[in-house]
Design a protein around this ligand. Sequence first.
Ligand code: SF4
Length: 353
Amino acid sequence: MEQLLAVELGDSYKPNAITAVCGCTDLGHDEVRRLIKAKELKTIPRVMQALEWKTSCGCAKCRPALNYYLVCDWPDEYEDDYQSRFIYERVHANIQKDGTYSVVPRMWGGITSAIELRKIADVVEKFDIPTVKVTGGQRIDMLGVQKEDLPAVWADLGEVGFVSGHAYAKGLRTVKTCVGSDWCRFGTQDSTGLGVRIEKFMWGSWTPAKVKMAVSGCPRNCSEATCKDVGVICVDSGYELHFAGAAGLDIKGTEVLGHVKTEDEVIEHVVALTQMYREQGHYLERIYKWAKRIGVDEIRRQIMENGEARQGYFSRFIFSQKYAQVDPWSERVSGKDKHEFIPMSDLKLEAAE
Ligand code: SF4
């Protein structure tokens, strides 16, 4: 078959052809990631120089990818390149079709309180926010915020402890939970508490693409854990770990990773799985696509059967979190990237003049 294709297609036929990251290089994502480590490349210009990029500054495809790979590989040394991020990751809010932004604070495991809800109500009134929406990830979205108001909105939300929900990020989004054994008569374990624990452990981490998680208190699965990137189903004997689900452009049920007995083991396995994906995923590749490329059995082998590999992933994630768990909203309230939120000119005023 290969010979036939070679005869038919001539030079354009390349067996096992690698898809290049973009037009700036002939290298694929795996090769770029491997060489970043092997050659200890620690800045975007160094990567481009050492790997003979064809363009001087890269493009909108390769720069965010390289920025992610460097953040992942050198968490303590690489300084995140703000210029290589898309607008929503630069301003830490989702841009909407009318040019305004949406603001989603983190609600750990979907839990909130009267104090938090009162603060959201105050912010909505004070900044005249037109729409307040409950999201599928069990959080509250304030839509229609003016860009120049974002730091003041975050400052007010921060007064009651709200931090960014990273609803715009290629990183950990939500950990959806059900009420579990605290309230539900079918609950086998404290699914809410476990979801909060996972979210507090893992928030802030950058990943190749967004990561959504869920914990259900029993196989009735009210938090829909079996269509998430990572899901946990609590059962009488412990916890069933799932991964590689999808419920967006593609619909796919999860694969079973394995079974563990304690909450600590859940954290260790989920974190190790996520770190394996962080280290091997191609930029913008969701977990279910990465799992298809690497092989579900291989992932199971490394995470469930190879304790040494699992511990390695786990400790590298913990090390990286030391540098990742910084709330971007409070940084900007303190003045970081101030220029992003100052309008270049008042068009209404100029039109009136
Ligand atoms: S998943 Fe089970 S424990 Fe959780 S709310 Fe539904 S029935 Fe209750």
